[in-house]
Design a protein around this ligand. Structure first.
Ligand code: ADP
Ligand code: MG
Length: 632
């Protein structure tokens, strides 16, 4: 259920060479077709017409689609966007439903007919508080699990909560709770499905709007980065543990909200709709629709609800026996859809309608934009990074042995050595990805031993990775803007309500500036994964620069670049050095290193065997032996 190969989606012109391509103009196709906004407006009108005109029986179906969609939207955020799978969402729906049913049942007598109006709202508050709290506790425990253990964990608590609903006396056991009051808004009672439908769909549309805004923001980029693992997101300054937990609670709250609406539509609750089967169905909806797309959740909820309706009538008649046969059909269907449309149906739909529906690129900003705050760089020659006696053991293997090294502002320092010498390990030690077994690391004068990489990012460390870590389906602009994450402040609420627009414009303008600086201006809107590998490395450099670093760590930046591109890279790095950045670079291309570096440290078998200027190092017999003794 994770990211599928993106091969088929790449635009035909995406693979052309990048660094020396003509600036801007190339990538923007002529604006044609209906704007997306008009399509959304048409959908809302059709929905309003349906709620106004359809017979009662079908209204209930439309409402149910909305209730399911609300849960599925949360799962899209959780699974498709942030990369965490949950089978247990139905339990959160149950919490929301039972909370309000309990409030309605217990307090109704005391409140009397007059006071009943506020009961659903008290139920909503209790439901959301309870769902939020339980999700937070469960998340704090289960989100630590990796790989397949997380989905298994969600099955475990999905089952537990379900049995809890059925076995607690005050929740009515398996019979459930009745007498849930209807919601009233001032003089209007929402007892009728049609009126309830309006509330349900207003909430669904509001949720879609807010989450769409969230994903289209600084915080959205951070959430998307969670899917690619922790190392990259943390080194951009994202607290991945906190973000994972927040997304998890968000998805649970949407489920709880759906449960609240459900309870007041049905006017009674029992445990059945909150069992694990339904939890799996919710996941079906998100995945079949398109796990990475909010509107895919709506599509999935619609398809599965309608099909379930049909199959529940049809299958028992066909098979001449009663039973939940639709579950089997769903299973087969899911296999089929995932075989044929690995990312769900929505992306395919998007591709088919691309010619008729116009999506405006977010990269175009209008009007003046504010400047982001900038860091004052350390004075030239000052030690920015110091490693003292760093040793790293992996079991018996000593990958770094007593390595000391200083990097100064306004200097390019190269770390070289044969394959397996311990260069990448050392990078991990000095960027907080891993902790040294012994020794100290200081960044900008602060002791950093034991700190996470986002603390290094906070002090001005920007880095690239030997194995490129980009969000491949996202645009170059989006990827680079993630690098500026720490320079914005807008939180989830501001982003959801679109109050972050001026800051967002500033972040995007900054990202664009760095993309142009590294020579990828023409590719700004292209999917990062569609660029040649060499260019992807350059995108990583732009991303690091967007963080306004004082120290740049580059792990083999020239790998995969052609001759001209290497020259351009060397020129860029010289400029950055002249501006006062400290640069530490691991690189195999000796010509590149010798021409660029001010100082070189040579590692072999985890130990420093030489250090000095390029000329000194080149003349050192130990270096010659290390290189010639290994690979010629
Ligand atoms: P380089 O980047 O110079 O090619 P590395 O730092 O990747 O070298 O590796 C140095 C040595 O440490 C190698 O022998 C490698 O196999 C070993 N090594 C690196 N990471 C790990 C790890 N996580 N666990 C065990 N051994 C490792
Ligand atoms: Mg390496």
């Amino acid at each position: 259920m994770s990211a599928a190969p993106q091969g088929g989606r790449r635009a035909p012109d995406a693979v052309k060479p990048s660094v020396d391509a003509a600036p801007a103009a190339a990538s923007s196709p002529p604006a044609r077709g209906i704007p997306v906004k008009a399509v959304v407006a048409a959908f809302v009108l059709a929905l309003a017409a349906a709620l106004g005109g359809l017979p009662d029986f079908q209204i209930t179906l439309v409402n149910n689609i909305g209730l399911y969609a609300l849960v599925a939207i949360g799962l899209v955020m959780l699974t498709g966007v942030a990369g965490m799978t949950s089978f247990g969402q139905a339990a959160f729906v149950g919490l929301g439903a039972y909370a309000t049913a309990w409030v309605g049942g217990v307090w109704a007598l005391e409140a009397g007919a007059e006071g009943a109006a506020w009961l659903p709202w008290a139920g909503l508050l209790l439901g959301l508080a309870l769902t939020g709290l339980v999700a937070w506790l469960l998340g704090a425990v289960t989100l630590r699990l990796s790989g397949h253990y997380l989905p298994l964990g969600t099955i475990a608590w999905g089952l537990s909560l379900f049995f809890l609903f059925g076995n607690l006396g005050f929740l009515g056991g398996h019979t459930g709770l009745g007498g849930v009051p209807a919601i009233t808004l001032g003089p209007v009672s929402l007892a009728e499905p049609r009126a309830m439908g309006v509330l349900i769909w207003v909430i669904v549309l509001a949720a879609l709007w807010m989450l769409h805004n969230l994903l289209d923001s600084r915080e959205g980029r951070a959430i998307r980065a969670l899917k690619s693992g922790r190392v990259m997101a943390e080194s951009m300054g994202v607290d991945t543990t906190a973000y994972r937990l927040k997304v998890f609670v968000l998805a649970a709250l949407l489920a709880g909200l759906s449960g609240w609406l459900y309870a007041h539509q049905q006017r009674f609750v029992n445990p059945t709709p909150f069992n694990l089967n339904i939890g799996i169905e919710y996941l079906f909806m998100a995945v079949v629709g398109g796990a990475g797309h909010l509107w895919g959740a709506l599509l999935g909820a619609t398809l599965i609800t309608l099909m379930k309706q049909e199959l529940q009538d049809l299958l028992p008649r066909l098979l001449g026996a009663s039973g939940a046969f639709e579950v089997i059909v769903f299973g087969l269907l899911m296999l089929l859809v995932l075989q044929r449309y690995a990312d769900g149906i929505w992306p395919t739909l998007q591709r088919l309608t691309r010619r008729f529906i116009r999506r405006d690129s977010p990269s175009r900003t209008h009007g003046p934009v504010a400047e982001l705050p900038r860091r004052t760089l350390a004075p030239r020659g000052e030690v920015v990074l110091a490693a003292r006696g760093v040793t790293k053991r992996f079991g018996g293997l000593v990958a770094n042995s007593d390595v000391s090294l200083e990097v100064r502002a306004g200097e390019v320092h190269a770390l070289i050595g044969p394959n397996g010498a311990g260069k990448s390990t050392f990078f991990n030690m000095i960027s907080g990805v891993d902790d040294p077994t012994e020794g100290q690391v200081e960044l900008a004068g602060a002791a950093m031993t034991g700190q996470p990489s986002r603390a290094f990012a906070a002090l001005g460390l920007g880095r690239t990775f030997q194995h490129v870590r980009l969000l491949k389906e996202r645009s170059v602009l989006d990827n680079v803007a993630l690098g500026a994450h720490r320079r914005g402040q807008a939180g989830w609420w501001r982003s959801m309500l679109r109050l972050d627009r001026s800051e967002e414009a500033a972040l995007l303008a900054e990202a664009r500036r760095h993309i142009e600086r590294v020579g990828l201006g023409a590719q700004v809107d292209e999917a990062a994964g569609s660029l040649p590998l060499g260019s992807q490395r350059i995108v990583e450099i732009a991303r690091a620069l967007a963080g306004n670093p004082t120290l740049l760590l580059l792990d083999e930046p020239a790998a995969g670049l052609r001759h001209l591109e290497k020259r351009q890279l060397a020129e860029l790095l010289s400029q950055l050095r002249a501006e006062g950045l400290a640069i530490l670079i691991v690189e195999h291309d000796m010509e590149f290193v010798m021409n660029l570096a001010d100082r070189i440290t040579v590692l072999d078998f985890g130990q420093v065997i030489a250090r000095g200027t390029p000329a000194q190092v080149q003349a050192d017999p130990k270096v010659l032996e290390a290189y010639l003794g290994g690979v010629a």
